[in-house]
Design a binder for this molecule. Structure first.
Ligand SMILES: [Zn+2]
Length: 148
């Protein structure tokens, strides 16, 4: 049984308020902040504490694979946490495709440049702004076929 964590400070379409689901070969942990609006945070501080929460949850799940949405606003914060705590979040980061980042066009180039420098093997999937639909489709695929 592989543990896959899907994490976002927004929400996952079709799976709102669901924390965990499973298929034959995977346990899927859904870490989301249940925000409906694209610009969901009143200020940077709220946004940053949401990102802190997400990484705390990821540390507890100790997943085999992580899929994470990062938009332009969260990038700097996410990079600093990943840089300092990546061993706690993902003990074996060298495994292929262990970390998948989902990002929209707004932040794509920055995510690609910064995160490819942090990890040897990451995958980047383009999404719409907010990422809710793309993440929902990824969870659907994992449940149906085990792959995404
Ligand atoms: Zn965008």
């Amino acid at each position: 049984m592989k543990k896959i964590a899907i994490a976002t400070y927004n929400s996952i379409e079709g799976y709102k308020h669901i924390d965990r689901t499973a298929s034959e070969h995977n346990e899927v942990y859904l870490i989301q902040k249940h925000l409906d609006k694209e610009e969901g945070f009143a200020n940077e501080k709220d946004h940053y504490s949401a990102i802190d929460d997400i990484f705390l949850s990821l540390g507890k799940v100790n997943a085999d694979k992580v899929v994470m949405y990062i938009g332009l606003n969260g990038i700097e914060k996410a990079i600093s946490i990943l840089y300092n705590h990546r061993q706690e979040i993902l003990p074996n980061t060298s495994e292929n495709n262990k970390f998948t980042f989902v990002t929209c066009d707004c932040g794509y180039e920055i995510v690609k440049e910064k995160f490819e420098g942090l990890f040897d093997n990451i995958r980047i999937i383009k999404s719409e702004c907010g990422g809710d639909k793309t993440l929902g489709a990824i969870v659907d695929k994992i449940i149906k076929s085990g792959e995404f």
